[in-house]
Design a protein around this ligand. Structure first.
Ligand SMILES: [Zn+2]
Length: 69
């Protein structure tokens, strides 16, 4: 029993929307049938995508050569 994916309360499919003020989840089709306006719903993926991936690229400056005359 993984707690990763939320399921639609109607058809048990993978939910992609939930009601803002509750923990009621709907898949896309059921959300469209139940609510004519998806503005009332929050996308589940929006909440899951709070992970930011940052890539750091650093330039290593090696001045190893020394000329003595
Ligand atoms: Zn559904």
């Amino acid at each position: 029993m993984g707690g990763m994916g939320k399921k639609c309360i109607i058809c048990d499919a993978e939910a992609q929307y939930c009601i803002k003020d509750s923990t009621t989840y709907y898949c896309v089709e059921c959300a469209r049938e139940t609510f004519s306006d998806l503005d009332l719903l929050v996308k589940v993926t929006d909440m899951a995508q709070k992970v930011k991936a940052q890539i750091e690229s650093r330039d290593v400056d090696l001045s190893f050569n020394q000329d003595n005359s």
